[in-house]
Ligand binder design. Structure first.
Ligand code: ATP
Ligand code: FE
Length: 410
């Protein structure tokens, strides 16, 4: 079955083409994932240049750019996949959350293609795309249940993924998202992302040259009344960086000082992400083996023991997660991957991280989520994709935990 995924929720026009197959019973049991897919094409057209001069995304401009880009991106994707519309079985399209005019641009295009080529359309939640994509990898797909950290430009979430459409929200940001915070810090420091297309990536590059201990920015939400929740907050840290750089405006920061600011900021931000993730793992029933605990450094052991002591009466999920997943644009940050790798190791579970091109917005994750959605219900198979019919409407706000479950788990 060939599925085309269309993603236009924000400022990237993404089209992905997947060939999806049912796994054999044995393979499905072994991996915990019922279907498998081959990525035939993944084309993303960034609007970075269009919005750069405005310092943010202008929804109407973005929607117009999606409309202009989509036919070209679709054509390029089909060319890359070496397929024509005749061979496409279904379209999956992001219908929320996101910017309303942008979502509509994708929906209208999907509807037009569907009518023209007589194929059905599946509506997909963008966050569900980020959450389910780590199940696509052939060698080690993430089996349910897993804990996922979605760290992107608009979201910072910890979500228990119990099954398709069966999500429990564990934590969210009380203010800014982590990616937004990286972007704003980049701007304060004068990097506009023109080198890589992602300002956050430039902060990471600078941070690698600096000393993370030179400027000790405070790690958010470490006061005792906060540590029972796994939530996030980044606006205080962002302001602290802005104040630090602002104070020094009279004599601009040297390149070495800039690197230290980036390193100090990144250290605090990533420690915060790690703290909440560790707590969420503990609160959902994951434990470190005593032998492992002896080997971890003192500060990690102390934090872990405190989390265990603060464990709520009821664990956050009925079954402890079998793996940890990180996705969203910030997951391409190597320092974050390293920390979470170490953390997952301590708990004796694997870490799954999609390759960077599938972490940032793309059409592949939408095609995959669409296939999982349709094929996941009891007694349902991929062939149901050919007859699926969703009514499409943009849902600019569409939290993951408001969706009803399709099935318990595979
Ligand atoms: P959402 O998925 O919440 O709607 P989005 O789709 O705009 O948001 P993504 O495309 O998933 O977000 O991620 C983009 C974000 O990731 C940007 O804020 C960008 O700066 C950040 N980012 C990308 N690479 C890195 C990196 N190496 N380190 C830190 N941040 C990064
Ligand atoms: Fe995204």
């Amino acid at each position: 079955i060939v599925v085309v995924g269309v993603e236009t929720s924000c400022d990237d026009t993404g089209v992905g083409v997947l060939r999806v197959r049912q796994r054999s019973c044995r393979a499905a049991k072994k991996t915990g994932v019922g279907i498998e897919a081959e990525v035939l094409a993944n084309v993303v057209s960034s609007q970075f240049e269009i919005h750069r001069e405005y310092g943010g995304i202008v929804p109407r401009l973005a929607a117009r750019a999606h409309e202009a880009n989509l036919p070209l991106v679709v054509e390029q994707a089909l060319e890359q996949a070496k397929l024509s519309w005749k061979e496409v079985d279904a379209i999956a399209v992001t219908t929320g959350p996101g910017l309303s005019p942008c979502l509509w641009a994708g929906i209208r295009a999907a509807e037009d293609y569907a009518a023209q080529h007589a194929v059905p359309v599946v509506a997909v939640n963008h966050l569900e795309g980020h959450a389910l994509i780590p199940r696509l990898f052939e060698d080690s797909p993430a089996a349910f249940p897993f804990l996922t950290l979605i760290a992107s430009g608009g979201h910072t979430l910890l979500v228990h993924v119990n099954g398709v459409r069966d999500y429990t929200l564990v934590a969210q940001s009380l203010d800014d998202a982590i990616g937004e915070c990286f972007d704003k810090v980049a701007r304060v420091m004068g990097c506009d992302g023109s080198v890589s297309g992602h300002p956050g990536k430039e902060v990471e590059r600078l941070a690698a040259q600096g000393n993370p201990e030179a400027i000790p920015f405070r790690v958010p939400l470490t006061r005792s009344h906060n540590v029972r929740s796994c939530d996030f907050s980044f606006s205080g840290l962002k302001s602290a960086v802005r104040r630090y750089v602002g104070q020094r405006n009279a004599e601009p920061l040297s390149a070495a000082e800039m690197a230290d600011v980036a390193a100090g900021f990144q250290h605090a931000a990533l420690t915060h992400l790690e703290n909440s993730t560790r707590r969420a793992l503990v609160f959902s029933g994951c434990r470190m083996e005593p032998a492992h605990l002896e080997k971890v450094d003192v500060s990690m052991r102390r934090k872990y023991n405190k989390d265990v002591a603060r464990m709520p009466d009821e664990p956050l999920s009925a079954r402890p997660p079998r793996s940890l997943v990180v996705s969203g644009g910030v997951a391409s940050n190597a320092a974050l991957r390293q920390r979470l790798e170490r953390l997952a190791n301590c708990f004796g579970i694997p870490l799954h991280v999609p390759p960077p091109r599938l972490c940032t917005d793309n059409g592949v994750m939408i095609a995959w989520a669409g296939a999982e959605l349709v094929a996941a219900g009891p007694g349902r198979t991929l062939a149901d994709l050919r007859s699926h019919a969703d009514t499409l409407a943009a849902l600019p706000r569409w939290p993951l935990n408001t969706m009803s479950s399709v099935h318990a788990s595979t």
